[in-house]
Each structure stands twice: as C-alpha cells, then as structure tokens.
Design a binder for this molecule. Structure first.
Ligand SMILES: Cc1cc2nc3c(=O)[nH]c(=O)nc-3n(C[C@H](O)[C@H](O)[C@H](O)COP(=O)(O)OP(=O)(O)OC[C@H]3O[C@@H](n4cnc5c(N)ncnc54)[C@H](O)[C@@H]3O)c2cc1C
Length: 478
C-alpha cells in the first residue's frame, strides 16, 4: 500500500514517528503532505516570524524528503475546517490507502483531526496517529489522589520522570528506512510567503531546518550545558540553547533533546547540574502541553484561576503602545521589546520581566501581551506562551503569587551587571556608565535630556502600591 504522511508541527525527516511508520508500512511508496492554513493561523494569532519560519522549514523538509524518495505536496486549506477535504483529495490523487500523522495538542487542532479521521474512514482510508509533541503523551501522568492532570510543576516533574523510568527513556531514532519511490508523484513548490504574513526582519537570525536544529543541540550539549545552571538567568549571555523555534515547528523532536541530555543528568560530571536544569526546562514545555489538553479552557482565553479576572485591568492604549514599541523609559523592558521586534525572540528572563511590567506595573490585561507575543515570536507556541503569561500574571496553574512583582531595574542590574545587553539594543544609552544605564532617570538633567531616550512612563514604587491595592481590593490577598 502507498501511504500519505501529513506533516504539521513535526517538520523533520529524522526521529519522526509517523514518517518512520509510513516508511515501513508504505511498501508502494510514501507521499508527504503539508497544508498551509493562513486564515486559521491568523485566527490563532500567529504572525509573520512564525509563519516565515514554518514555510522555510517546510522548504528544507521538502528537499530532505525528496532525497529520501518521498515527494511533498504543499496545498492550501485556509481554515482547519477545510483540512478533511484536502487530506482525502491528496490521498486519492496519489493512490494512497493510508494516512499517518503526529498529533498536536490544541483544542482546534484536535477537533480538526477528528474531522479528518472521520472523512478518511468514510473514504475507505486507514488512519493512524502518534504522539510526538511531548515525550510523555498528555493524559498519561495524572495525580495519584484524584487521577487528574497535574496543575503544579514539581510533582508533575517527579511523575514524568517516574513514568519514563518505568516505560523507558527515549533514544534517538535517526532517519527512517528509505521507502520505495512513489512513482508518478511530484513534489510541489513551497510558497515563500503568504498574504498577510510579509517577510519578517528576523529570518536570517533563524536558519530553518533539522540540520540547524541538530547543530544547535550539539553545540549546546558540547559548550553550554556545563554553565547552564549558572548562566540561564543571565540575559547578557548566550547561555541557553535557542532551540525553541525549532521545537515549536518540530524541526527537532523533544525526544531527541531528552535523549541527548538525560544521560548527563545521571553521571557525576561537571555537567550534571546544568543538564538537570535544562531537562527541567524541557519538562516545563511538556507540563504546559499536558495542562492545555487536561484543562482546555486555557485555550479559550480563560484564566486558569478565574480569581484573576477580578483585577481592574486598565484600558490604557497609550501605555500598551509604548510597551509594544519599547518606549517605556525602563531600559531592560525597552531593550527586550526592541529585540523582539528585530529578532522575533527574547530570553526567558526578559519575557518574564516585560510580561510582569505589562500586567502588574501597567495593570494591562495579560491577554493583550499574550496576543502581542504570539504575533511577534518566531517560537510562538500557544501552550508555552499562554502558560508563561498566566504564570507571570498570577492567573495560571502553577502561577507566581498575585502580589509578586519584579523590579525591572533590580532585575537588570542583577542579570546584566555591565549593561552589555542594554548597550546592544539601546545605543542611545551607550554613553552611560554601568551603574546609570539601568536607571537613566537617576542621571542629572543636563546629560539626561541629551540622551534621546524617553522618561520612564511610571514609577515602579508607586505603581507597585497601586497593584497591591488592586490585588487586595479584588480579595486576591487578605
Ligand atoms: C511570558 C512568556 C511567554 C513565553 N512564550 C513562549 C512561546 O511562545 N514559545 C516557547 O517555546 N516558549 C515560550 N516561553 C518559554 C521560554 O521563555 C522559552 O521557551 C525560552 O526562552 C526559549 O529559549 P531557549 O530555547 O534558549 O530555551 P532553553 O533554556 O534552552 O530551554 C530549552 C527548551 O525548553 C523549553 N522551555 C524553556 N523554558 C520554558 C518555559 N518557561 N516554559 C515552557 N517551555 C520552556 C523550550 O522549548 C526551550 O527551547 C515563554 C515564557 C514566558 C515567561
């Protein structure tokens, strides 16, 4: 039988469970399919950085599949509701009797897949699907007392590792068996852009594809993991893997990341603490995917802890615009927002600092920031982004307590002591010394007014009081 592999957020040839299965079962050849869904992606808040990275990753995938005798069809199905028809048509046209794919974890994605499966069965096609978005499939680690998905990270982490101890830790699978050529089927061109998603500035920063992802993983394990524990909070250092865009579109399997790092967590080596800390981050990604599947209301714009909706979010258009443009007058916030605009990415600590500033200093609804991030991040991933925003705002599962606020100046001094990060994004502050650059408002008027840098839009100490009063009035603390 000939088999159709439907690629979605698993854009790689190696370590791809669905493709590997198809290469075994498709004894008359394997055909790949990718569907662009620009209107649905727009509805889901994706922006040009993410869409561009996906399209470039599909182009690399197409070349790599072609070299493996697998042609890739690239079709447009504007919304998920059109996917069923497109998949069945592609299978019929190319003589495939079976459709295989790797599952995704959003509610809309799961609904689409149910519709596709029903349409395929009705058309007499066999359908098989696999989990690969996470190492441990959602729904398989549950709390002991109530058999419900975990809502707190630490016990989830323990249960996750226990599950793998019992069921086996992943091993890299590498390339699939090379299938027979699917005669008579040609690969189709991959669009360079889609209407509404003009080419972003940051494409060159993120070369696409699984070889690049593998290179980043190898470099991280070789050079950075030993210092990860100490360096991961330092946004002035390139101490993290920068793998998130590749995990988001599936140019690398999370199982491959875990397989590379888990052995280092077991042995007593100088790498052990760093390796453990990195494994934990990968498990955060797993945790948030399990939360999304287990508590689908978080995918519908709802706060996990609805108490958070009692906060009097301010309707402050000007404040929001200044935050988006990186013109708040707080250097660490502005540098990070400018990096986001230029590169589609920022360090995790910076995401926490700018998110906290928006929803606690400015008291603007975290959902506005969440949407802005989705649109501008190259690694935009609903589960991670929503989880991050809900954690910061205090409305999430395992959230930071409502009253906790980061002081942007203190964070900046602590994690970028020389101000090197600030200098790289705010050249107008270059003349300031390492002490003043974190807080230009402390510089006397005469040099300060020549800086061409905005005055701070709020005073952290007084908006902190405002936020604490709001939290108290909403009875979120007594
Ligand atoms: C407000 C906010 C929004 C975020 N939005 C996203 C998003 O849209 N997409 C995204 O992938 N991550 C998001 N994160 C999580 C995190 O900031 C990024 O995954 C991380 O900065 C990516 O850099 P890295 O690949 O070098 O990470 P590393 O430190 O090398 O970590 C390795 C991998 O672990 C995962 N990871 C690390 N930290 C987290 C975390 N806190 N939560 C979930 N997974 C994590 C990522 O897949 C990451 O690539 C967000 C965090 C916050 C606070």
């Amino acid at each position: 039988m000939r088999t159709l592999v439907w690629f979605r957020s698993d854009l790689r040839r190696a370590d791809n469970v669905a493709l590997a299965d198809a290469c075994i079962s498709g004894d008359e050849g394997v055909v790949g399919l990718f569907l662009t869904a620009p209107l649905q992606w727009r509805d889901h808040g994706w922006g040009a950085p993410r869409v561009d990275h996906v399209l470039r990753s599909v182009a690399v995938l197409s070349e790599r599949l072609e070299a493996w005798s697998v042609p890739l069809l690239v079709r447009r199905a504007d919304r998920f509701a059109e996917a069923a028809q497109a998949v069945v048509a592609a299978a019929r046209e190319t003589g495939c009797g079976e459709v295989i794919y790797n599952r995704e974890c959003g509610e809309d994605e799961m609904q689409r897949d149910r519709e596709v499966e029903a349409a395929c069965r009705e058309a007499g096609l066999r359908v098989t699907s696999y989990n690969e978005r996470t190492v441990v499939p959602p729904g398989l680690v549950l709390t002991q007392e109530r058999a419900k998905p975990y809502t707190v990270f630490t016990p989830f982490y323990r249960a996750w590792t226990t599950w793998l101890d019992a069921h086996g830790w992943p091993m890299p699978q590498g390339d699939p068996r090379r299938p027979r050529l699917a005669h008579g089927v040609q690969s189709e061109p991959v669009p360079e852009t889609l209407p509404g998603f003009e080419k972003p500035m940051c494409a060159a920063r993120w070369p696409a594809g699984e070889l690049e992802a593998g290179r980043r993983l190898a470099q991280f394990v070789d050079k950075k993991v030993s210092g990860y524990d100490a360096d991961r909070s330092r946004h002035d250092r390139e101490g993290t893997s920068t793998l998130s865009p590749y995990l988001a579109c599936g140019s690398i399997a999370p199982a491959r990341c875990v397989a590379a790092i888990h052995p280092l967590t077991e042995r007593i080596t100088p790498y052990r603490e760093g390796a453990r800390a990195w494994l934990e981050q990968i498990v955060w990604r797993e945790f948030l995917a399990h939360v999304l599947v287990g508590y689908p209301q978080v995918g519908r714009g709802e706060a996990f802890r609805q108490a958070g909706d009692a906060l009097p979010w301010r309707d402050d258009e000007d404040g929001f615009e200044r935050w988006c443009r990186g013109e708040t007058g707080y250097p660490v916030v502005d540098a990070a927002m400018r990096q986001l605009a230029a590169e589609g990415w920022m360090h995790n600590r910076l995401r926490m600092i700018v998110a906290m500033f928006l929803c606690k200093d400015l008291l603007i609804d975290w959902r506005r920031g969440e949407r802005f991030f989705m649109e501008h991040l190259v690694d935009a991933d609903f589960a991670c982004n929503n989880g991050g925003w809900q954690w910061v705002s205090g409305t999430g599962t395992d959230a930071v307590a409502f009253p906790r606020m980061f002081n942007p100046e203190t964070q900046s001094r602590r994690f970028d002591p020389d101000g090197a990060y600030l200098r790289s994004w705010l050249p107008e502050l270059d003349s300031l010394n390492a002490k003043d650059i974190h807080a230009p408002w402390t510089v006397p008027d005469e040099p300060r007014l020549r800086l061409d840098y905005p005055e701070r839009m709020v005073h952290h100490a007084s908006v902190r009081r405002r936020f604490l009063i709001a939290v108290r009035d909403a009875r979120l603390i007594s």
